[in-house]
Unconditional design. Structure first.
Lengths: 230, 345
């Protein structure tokens, strides 16, 4: 069942007097419990597509249907609320808040998503998530003292602690070595399956495509082919 | 979770340096304000200690009270009809102490009133600062234009005029020294008189009267200009510092927006930090500047009132708020996408 549908998404940029077509009418359906990977060369439009689907930038035209509502027609405040409560984000660089401990990063996300849990329940949930990404022992550590892989694990925990419906990951392994990349992708895949959420990720790394259920290949703002992994 | 506090706690040195600058600027402002008030007290506490009312001098004196001569009939009529009204004269002069040393004073004489001490002929009441000149109750002081001797009857606190201690003398003695029969001014604590009664007289509020004293006006104008200039500078400093901090944090703001934090929450975060820094800096600078009230060297006229402190503190908080808010406009402009694409911040 599709939880997020992109219909005829177009994105143009005006560069001086030149109009650049970054996305040329993309149609895509994302299903629950599946990891969908977007691959393609630089400039193919995959990151732009991910950020449009995540409500981080508007499309020039087209529909983004999430839970039967068109996000493209919503106000920026309505989109912010959806981002805060229904979406989770993992970025290429973990982008953790430098002055918050690992535990506090997760607590902040629970507050942002207006979680109705009690303080005690929040603490338990934070511990559960840190345990899930095997980072409980580093819960009081600040980001500068964490390795790249550890930061990304915390970023994953932050992205899912509020039980999002869709997880967006933009090159989540680009700054990691191959072993850590595989570990992170394994976690993302496991989370997608066990929590039955939808994951859309962008990657350059061919090896990481093995962890996706569906691979969409993009070129020049269009989908070249869609492949289902068995 | 109070994200503002977390940042303050983690980045102590950054916020400490901003707080130090606010502290130094506010301390300087409070001290200069204390000096302005001190000089103002030293120059005119005789007038400033009177309740807000009206001073009258003759119109032809052209706003120079020393040239004013109030007609006896008008004076008698006003003193008789108006509650608590009094006639007074002020002149600079000298007293010779028991050792024959000349002491500069402001001679003040007034009709019977509850605002000034009652002095009989041959007696004198001095401002308490004269005690430091080793003048005591019972001392006999002289004046070159006065035939007799003044016996020091007592001292009063905070009674200065034109940077000289006030010497209250009897009207008869004053007339002998300055060879005048008329008083210079009428003072009424309440303005209830009709136009007819004050015909030929010009009225001044306490503040307006103080401004007719040219040295007072120039002195206060200069010092107050410095005070307000410092307040404006501190506002600009706030704006510049918060601007610089916000520029450094654009990536952070973008990420916070991306994960769904409201722009207004980011403003609250900045305001909380600004208020905390300003509050702490103000508490320290207020404490030090008020300690100066007690420990300032005796020759330094310094007086910082609670009223001035509160007004300046509110101004600092307001201007800090404005400075931080103006610099925070860039927070509103930050796009989450920009931050994500900037890399690790």
């Amino acid at each position: 069942m599709a939880i997020l549908k992109l219909a005829n998404i177009k994105k143009n940029f005006i560069n001086g007097e030149v109009k650049e077509e970054i996305l040329k009418g993309i149609n895509l359906s994302l299903r629950k419990g599946e990891v969908t990977a977007l691959r393609g060369a630089s400039g193919s439009g995959k990151s732009t597509l991910l950020t449009i689907a995540a409500g981080l930038q508007p499309a020039t035209s087209g529909k983004i249907i999430f839970e039967e509502q068109n996000i493209a027609n919503m106000s920026s405040e309505q989109v912010r609320k959806i981002r805060a409560s229904k979406f989770g984000f993992i970025f290429q660089f973990s982008h953790l808040i430098p002055f918050l401990t690992a535990e506090e990063q997760l607590m902040l996300m629970l507050e942002v998503s207006k979680s109705k849990l009690t303080k005690q329940q929040k603490k338990m949930e934070v511990n559960r998530l840190l345990n899930l990404v095997e980072m409980e022992h580093r819960k009081n550590a600040y980001p500068p003292s964490l390795s790249g892989g550890e930061k990304q694990r915390i970023a994953i925990a932050r992205a899912i602690i509020h039980n999002p419906k869709v997880l967006f990951a933009d090159e989540p392994t680009a700054s990691l070595d191959s072993k850590r990349s595989r570990d992170i992708m394994k976690i993302i895949r496991e989370i997608t399956k066990t929590l039955n959420i939808t994951t859309l990720l962008v990657t350059h790394d061919e090896d990481m495509l093995l962890f996706a259920d569906q691979v969409i290949e993009m070129s020049d703002g269009q989908i070249l082919q869609s492949k289902i992994n068995n | 979770m109070l994200i503002a506090w977390k940042e303050l706690k983690k980045n102590k040195s950054k916020f400490f340096s901003l707080g130090t600058i606010v502290f130094l600027i506010s301390l300087l402002t409070f001290i200069i304000s204390g000096l302005a008030n001190g000089l103002s007290q030293d120059n005119a506490s005789l007038i400033k200690n009177l309740p807000n009312g009206e001073f009258y001098m003759t119109k032809d004196a052209d706003q120079t009270y020393s040239l004013s001569k109030i007609n006896h009939t008008i004076q008698e009529k006003l003193l008789k009809t108006e509650k608590d009204a009094l006639a007074l004269s002020i002149q600079m002069g000298f007293l010779n102490d028991v050792d024959g040393k000349q002491r500069s004073v402001s001679f003040v004489t007034a009709s019977d009133s509850k605002f000034f001490p009652e002095v009989s002929a041959g007696e004198i009441i001095l401002d308490s600062s004269m005690k430091e000149k080793e003048i005591q109750v019972g001392d006999r002081l002289t004046n070159n234009q006065y035939s007799g001797e003044f016996i020091v009857k007592g001292f009063v606190e905070q009674s200065k005029y034109s940077h000289a201690p006030v010497a209250f003398i009897n009207i008869k003695d004053y007339e002998e020294i300055y060879k005048v029969a008329e008083m210079q001014l009428i003072y009424m604590p309440e303005k209830v008189v009709s136009q007819d009664e004050t015909n030929g007289l010009q009225s001044f509020s306490n503040k307006e009267f103080l401004n007719t004293i040219s040295s007072y006006k120039a002195e206060q104008l200069t010092l107050n200009m410095i005070v307000w200039f410092l307040v404006v500078i501190s506002g600009m400093l706030f704006a510049i510092f918060f601007y610089m901090m916000n520029v450094q944090k654009i990536g952070l703001f973008g990420i916070l927006k991306a994960i769904g934090i409201k722009t207004s929450s980011l403003f609250y975060m900045m305001w909380t930090q600004m208020s905390f820094i300003t509050f702490v800096a103000l508490v320290v600078s207020i404490t030090i500047s008020h300690l100066l009230n007690v420990f300032a060297p005796k020759g330094m006229p310094y007086y910082l009132s609670m009223e001035t402190t509160v007004i300046l503190s509110i101004m600092f908080l307001f201007i800090g708020f404005m400075g931080a808010t103006l610099s925070g406009i860039q927070i509103k402009k930050v796009e989450p996408l920009q931050a994500i694409q900037r890399g690790e911040g």
